[in-house]
Design a binder for this molecule. Structure first.
Ligand code: ADP
Ligand code: ZN
Length: 540
């Protein structure tokens, strides 16, 4: 009833103040803790740093005081569990962990405290929980009405489509089965629709209330430029936005490969920037030293693979730059999200080109995954490519990908300098027809040759194949080569053209058909726009 809910809300508020010392709930916390403390099921999507822990810690305390017993928290990260338990104990809350770092005796002592009802929260690794022995103990607690709440942190680990799938999380499906009446809360910072559905299915949370916090980071300015000479473009961006060499802004530059990390770090350093490399191929001592310097010193640039960043808590990272395309929007948002944690203005800058598309598609094609899985990976890549090619608000587009509606943001490249576009539908049809004719002639060709045929360039190769007799010979004289490459990139991004094999030959896919028939318009940004924007001086 309303009175009961009010009383629960008041109890939660009191715990927030008296146990944790905070004056107010943040964002959705109040609604979540009230719902869960009152015995409801919840699926909570909140960005990193949003305050997920309190969402189950407060209901745990409130329910323990009301006589419901212990809350079981499932978490995959031992270090994080220990941090949390340490903080809870300091606040006077009886809590413990059960994980592989404990000796047999220590684990037995924890289980005894659990069975005696001395713990308000027990943090446990998933593989610990699903052992028959431990399940039997939980069963006994449950039978006595002393299992207050099941909290599953990092719940996206159940999803095999996600970036952090853990098979042992799958087995947690046994919890709602065995402990049907016990309220459940699942929490994650990964919020795409597919992951959400997976969590709901595997943890039986279809009927649960879903709480979705805003994932927006209004202080981050998103910019995606067309890749030409990416290292020089990066330096110009740094110069313009963050001061030249010797400046005091810290930032991260992400590259795809270890070799590129080394090369970019060396070249930035040679140009006077204070840049350090970081990748999994460096020895542990070097990695630690570079990471420590990045955290401590001002104005360091970490040039890194995605191996760098997890669990790095540096609030004043002023920029995150991508010299290569990440694999999907989740990764892009997670990586760029390391900028501006302090709420001050920060930049997310990326250079993107045809080679990135080809590379990412190839990584998927050549992965040992099954066909259904590859299809999902391709879908996720396509969403990121659409974001990169977009002429509309970047933020609005990636928020929409996570199911969040918003207005144009006024703080991304496309909002600040609306790109001029031209209708490239006809050009796209010419390019696709040309590939089609060449395919019909019996062999496959790369971008250079296709564009030569389109533009009527009578090269030796053209003559050798007799391609000046094709019906599509010289039908694209009106555009220069760079523009044709841009049209091609967009077609590859849309999956209408596939770039295959050692010689990067072009092939049509079924997705080319509606474009060939003129049913799918194609709009491209006018190229000079990007160049001009790059030369423009920094605006106050
Ligand atoms: P998440 O798990 O979502 O990444 P945490 O639960 O670790 O986030 O919380 C992030 C930080 O915010 C912690 O330092 C936490 O103490 C703090 N915090 C959470 N909720 C509040 C609040 N209502 N008031 C003040 N600080 C809060
Ligand atoms: Zn915008």
């Amino acid at each position: 009833s309303g009175d009961a809910i009010d009383a629960t809300a008041a109890a939660c508020q009191a715990v927030l103040r008296d146990v944790f010392g905070y004056a107010q709930f943040r964002g959705l916390q109040r609604d979540v803790v009230t719902h869960v403390a009152a015995g409801g099921d919840a699926l909570v999507l909140m960005p990193t740093g949003g305050g997920k822990s309190l969402c189950y810690q407060i209901p745990a305390i409130v329910r323990q005081r009301a006589g419901y017993g212990t809350t079981l928290v499932v978490s995959p990260l031992i270090a994080l569990m220990h941090d949390q338990v340490g903080a809870l104990r300091e606040a006077g809350v009886p809590a413990a962990t059960l994980d592989s770092s404990l000796s047999t005796e220590e684990a037995a002592a924890v289980e005894q405290r659990l069975m005696r009802g001395e713990l308000t929260l027990l943090y446990a690794a998933p593989e610990r929980i699903v052992t028959p022995r431990f399940l039997a103990r939980l069963q006994a607690l449950h039978a006595a009405g002393r299992l207050a709440l099941l909290a599953i942190d990092e719940a996206h680990c159940v999803s095999q489509w996600g970036h952090d799938f853990r098979p042992e999380y799958r087995e947690l499906a046994i919890l709602p089965e065995r402990f049907a009446g016990v309220p459940r809360i699942a929490l994650t910072a990964t919020a795409d629709a597919l992951t959400r559905a997976d969590i709901a299915e595997h943890l039986r949370l279809q009927q649960a209330r879903t709480f979705v916090a805003s994932f927006d980071r209004p202080n981050i300015r998103y910019t995606i430029v067309e890749k030409r000479d990416s290292l020089r473009q990066l330096q110009r961006f740094l110069q313009r936005e963050h001061g030249g060499p010797g400046a005091h802004d810290s930032g991260i530059v992400y590259c795809q490969s270890r070799r590129k990390v080394e090369e970019v770090a060396a070249r930035l350093a040679a140009a006077g920037w204070r840049a350090l490399p970081y990748h999994a191929g460096l020895d542990a001592a070097t990695r630690r030293r570079h990471q420590d310097r990045f955290l401590r010193e001002e104005g360091l640039i970490m040039v890194a693979t995605v191996a760098f960043g997890m669990g790095i808590d540096k609030p004043d990272v002023r920029f995150v730059a991508h010299l290569d395309l990440p694999k999907n929007i989740e990764a892009y948002v997670q990586e760029t999200g390391r900028a501006g944690r302090d709420g001050e203005p920060a930049n997310a800058w990326m250079a993107y080109g045809l080679q990135d598309v080809v590379q990412q598609r190839r990584l998927i094609d050549e992965s040992p995954a099954g066909e259904a899985f590859k299809r999902i990976l391709r879908g996720k890549l396509d969403a990121l490519l659409a974001l990169a090619e977009s002429t509309n608000c970047r933020r609005q587009q990636w928020l929409a990908y996570f199911g969040e509606a918003s207005a144009p943001c006024g703080n991304c490249d496309n909002c600040l300098q609306p790109p001029q576009t031209w209708d490239a539908t006809e050009a796209a049809r010419k390019l696709l027809s040309c590939i089609y004719r060449l395919q019909q002639s019996g062999a496959a060709f790369g971008a250079g040759h296709v564009i030569d045929v389109l533009r009527g360039q009578a090269t030796d190769k053209v003559r050798a194949h007799g391609h000046e007799r094709l019906s599509t010979w010289a039908i694209g004289r009106e555009l220069d080569e760079a523009t044709w490459r841009r049209v091609l990139r967009q077609l590859v991004a849309r999956g209408a053209v596939q770039v295959a094999g050692e010689f990067h030959t072009l092939h049509l896919t079924p997705a080319a058909r509606p474009i060939l028939r003129g049913e799918q318009p194609l709009h491209l940004r006018v190229a000079t726009e990007g160049r001009r924007a790059e030369r423009a001086p920094r605006q106050a």
